[in-house]
Design a protein around this ligand. Structure first.
Ligand code: NDP
Ligand code: PYC
Length: 348
C-alpha cells in the first residue's frame, strides 16, 4: 500500500490491491450481519466495481448495505432455495437475501441447462440487488455463453407521458464472447442516469445535464438534490427507454414472482436502501445458433465497428481501469479506507 494525493480534487488517497480490498470488504460484511458465504460474494462484487471504476456501485454503497442490514430489511444470512423447474428453467427464492448469492447458488445448474438446451432462464425472486449488473453477466461470456440480465429497483422514474414516478432505474446488462479480446459487455440503467450517480452529484454539489429528472412539482431540474428530495428521474430516450423499463419490470418482477419496484414498503425499516425485487437471466449457448464460432463473428462485428470509426466499445473504460488497478492497485480516499477498516475491526 502507498499514500498519494489526488491533486485535482485535493483528496488524499491510499493505494490498496484488489485482493486486499476484497478481504477488507469481506470483513466489513462479516462483522455487519452476513454469513461467510454472503460476505465473500458481496465483497468480491463490491471490490470489482471499485476496481473497474464503477464508483456509483463500489464502496460508495457500503453505508447503504450496512444500514439495510442493520434495519432488518434484508437478511444477510439468507440461504437461497434453488428449484429445477424445467429443461431450461431454474428458479431461486432468495429468501429476502441478496441477489448475487442466489445467482451463485443457481449458476452451475443454469450453465448446465444452457449448454444442454442451448438456452436457459434463471428467475430470482425475493432478492435485493444493490450493485452494478455487469459482474453478474461478464463471467458467462468468459465461458463462451451469451447472457442477458435485468433487475428492477425502487420507484423513482416517471414513465414517459406520466406525472408521477412508478418504475425503478431498472438496468439491463448484456455480455457476449469475442475472439480477440475481453467480452463485449454493456450495462445500462433505463433511467437517464442511475440513482447512485445522482447521489454522487448531490454530494459533490455538482449540477446534472438537462433531461435527467424533475423536482417535486414535476418541473424539469438539473439539481440532483431536488431530484432526491421528492423529485424523480426520467427514462433515457423518452418513450423508448420507458418501454425498456416497463419490460424490465415485467421480466425481473412479473415473471419471477419478485416485487415490482412500486410494490414493497420499506417505511417501517428506517435505513433500508436495498430494493426488494427480482432478477431475470437469459443465458444462451451461441454456437447452437449457426454452428459457427460465435466469438469469431462477434470479433468481426467489433472490427467493422472500429473500421467505421467507433473507437470506444461499451466495457472498454472498465477494462482499462481494471488493467491499471491490477498493476498499480486501487486508489481510495484515506478517509473512506479508514472508515472501512473501522467497520472491519482491523488496524490500518
Ligand atoms: P453508464 O451510462 O455510465 O454506461 C452504460 C453503458 O454504456 C456501459 O456499458 C458503458 O461502458 C457504456 N458507455 C458509456 N459511455 C460510452 C461511450 N461513449 N461509448 C460506448 N459505450 C459507452 O451507466 P449507467 O449510469 O446507466 O449505469 C451505471 C451502473 O448503475 C450500472 O452498472 C448499473 O447496473 C447500475 N445500476 C444498478 C441498479 C440496480 O438496481 N442494481 C439500478 C440502476 C443502475 P463502460 O462500463 O465501459 O463505461
Ligand atoms: O443506481 O439507480 C441506482 C441503483 C438502484 C439500486 C441500486 N442502484
Amino acid at each position: 500500500m502507498s499514500a498519494s494525493s489526488d491533486t485535482a480534487a485535493h483528496v488524499e488517497t491510499q493505494n490498496i490491491s484488489f485482493p486486499e480490498l476484497v478481504e477488507l470488504l469481506r470483513q466489513v460484511f462479516l462483522r455487519n450481519g452476513t454469513s461467510p458465504e454472503v460476505a465473500s460474494v458481496l465483497a468480491e462484487n463490491c471490490a470489482s466495481a471499485e476496481r473497474d471504476g464503477s464508483h456509483s456501485h463500489g464502496i460508495f454503497r457500503i453505508p447503504g448495505y450496512l444500514s439495510s442490514l442493520a434495519s432488518g430489511w434484508v437478511d444477510g444470512k439468507a440461504v437461497p432455495k434453488v428449484e429445477d423447474v424445467g429443461a431450461a428453467f431454474t428458479r431461486v427464492d432468495a429468501a429476502n437475501g441478496f441477489a448475487q448469492p442466489a445467482l451463485a447458488a443457481a449458476r452451475p445448474l443454469l450453465v448446465e441447462k444452457a449448454k444442454s438446451a442451448g438456452i436457459a432462464i434463471l428467475a430470482i425472486r425475493s432478492s435485493h440487488h444493490f450493485a452494478a449488473l455487469w459482474p453478474d453477466v461478464e463471467p458467462f461470456a468468459r465461458e463462451g455463453l451469451v447472457a442477458l440480465s435485468v433487475v428492477n429497483s425502487m420507484t423513482c422514474v416517471v414513465p414517459h407521458g406520466a406525472q408521477r414516478p412508478l418504475f425503478g432505474t431498472n438496468p439491463i446488462a448484456f455480455a457476449a464472447p469475442r475472439a480477440g479480446g475481453d467480452p463485449i459487455v454493456f450495462d445500462l440503467a433505463t433511467s437517464a442516469i442511475a440513482n447512485g450517480d445522482v447521489q454522487i452529484a448531490a454530494r459533490k454539489g455538482a449540477m446534472l445535464p438537462p433531461g435527467m429528472g424533475v423536482d417535486r412539482a414535476g418541473l424539469p431540474t438539473e439539481d440532483p438534490k431536488a431530484i432526491l428530495d421528492g423529485g424523480a428521474l426520467l427514462p433515457f430516450g423518452g418513450y423508448k427507454g420507458s418501454a425498456l423499463s416497463m419490460m424490465v419490470e415485467l421480466l425481473a418482477a412479473g415473471l419471477t414472482g419478485g416485487n415490482f419496484s412500486f410494490e414493497f414498503d420499506w417505511s417501517k425499516h428506517p435505513g433500508a436502501q436495498t430494493p426488494w425485487t427480482g432478477q431475470l437471466f437469459i443465458v444462451i449457448d451461441p454456437n447452437k445458433g449457426s454452428g459457427q464460432n460465435f466469438a469469431e463473428r462477434s470479433e468481426e462485428l467489433v472490427r467493422r465497428m472500429h473500421d467505421v470509426g467507433q473507437e470506444r466499445m461499451p466495457g472498454d473504460r472498465r477494462y482499462l481501469q481494471r488493467a491499471k488497478a491490477l498493476v498499480h492497485g486501487i486508489d481510495i480516499p484515506v478517509a473512506e479506507l479508514t472508515r472501512l477498516r473501522e467497520l472491519a475491526g482491523v488496524q490500518g
